[in-house]
Write a protein that binds this ligand. Structure first.
Ligand code: UDP
Length: 247
């Protein structure tokens, strides 16, 4: 038995987590750091599905601002997530964690196609499932893909790994004294003005289906393990909690 709070998690890893200190693309060392964090919870028998972002390589919105048709740019963004997924699989393999990449866009030479039952089976057999290409359709982001896949794969929680250690009452970069929310009701989370933690669509879907969301920082040592074990890091968003600031 594992002493973890969650048995099956959906981990949303933004593309920037693979960038390390680079300005663009993939730093294999950063991918290894992500893999090491995943290994810490994998060895505790937590089942892990992971949705990989692509923002370190290409974002549809940015592409469309530069003149590429939005849908085309979004498909390019989805392809970026496939590259990241392969990089993370490589890193996981090096740490000894078995994984499978499933893509929402068919790409049989490099990844399995996303098949819900197969993804669940992989997790049951102790393989991390890395989901690439988000939802497979344009005009949304990988946050929405993570929310959607978390629901259909019956994950206990959607864990969104970010560069900030949770959700703050105000942007902590602009307001250094801003406090972090320890817990946040979905209703309050959706109404937070100017705080972009996660797509509203992704949050709304989690709220409607009563799936908690945890926002936490991935690059602090042992943080994923702490979050999975229920330590008070990050921000826990749920229909069943009162909104509460830290301290
Ligand atoms: N994308 C999309 N549909 C999806 C998921 C992603 O069109 O279901 C595109 C979109 O252009 C997005 C890009 O892929 O900007 C990369 O994903 P995202 O921006 O979510 O990556 P992250 O910010 O998590 O690194």
């Amino acid at each position: 038995m594992s002493a973890t709070r969650f048995q099956r998690i959906m981990l949303k890893v933004g593309g920037e987590a693979l960038m390390g200190s680079r300005e663009y693309g993939i730093d294999p060392k950063a991918a290894m750091q992500v893999a090491e964090q995943i290994k810490q919870v994998y060895i505790k028998h937590v089942q892990i599905a992971l949705v990989m972002g692509g923002g370190n390589i290409f974002r549809g919105i940015a592409g469309s601002k530069n003149g590429i048709e939005r849908a085309t740019a979004d498909y390019m963004g989805m392809l970026a997530t496939v590259m990241n997924a392969l990089a993370l699989q490589d890193a996981l393999e090096k740490t000894g964690v078995p994984s499978r990449v499933q893509s929402a866009l068919q790409m049989p030479a490099v990844a399995e196609s996303f098949i819900r039952r197969k993804a669940m089976r992989h997790m049951e057999k102790g393989r991390v499932v890395i989901l690439a290409a988000g939802t497979g359709v344009p005009y949304v982001t990988t946050d929405t893909g993570a929310s959607l896949h978390a629901l259909e794969l019956k994950c206990n929680v959607l864990m969104k790994a970010t560069k900030v250690d949770g959700i703050y009452e105000q942007d902590p970069k602009k307001f250094p004294k801003a406090k972090r929310f320890k817990s946040l009701s979905f209703t309050d989370a959706i109404q937070l003005d100017g705080i972009e933690v996660m797509d509203t669509a992704a949050l709304a879907m989690a709220k409607e289906n009563d799936m908690p969301v945890m926002v936490f920082e991935l690059f602090k040592k042992n943080n994923l393990q702490k979050a999975v074990e229920g330590e008070d890091i990050g921000t826990y968003v749920s229909n069943n909690v009162q909104t509460q600031l830290v301290g």
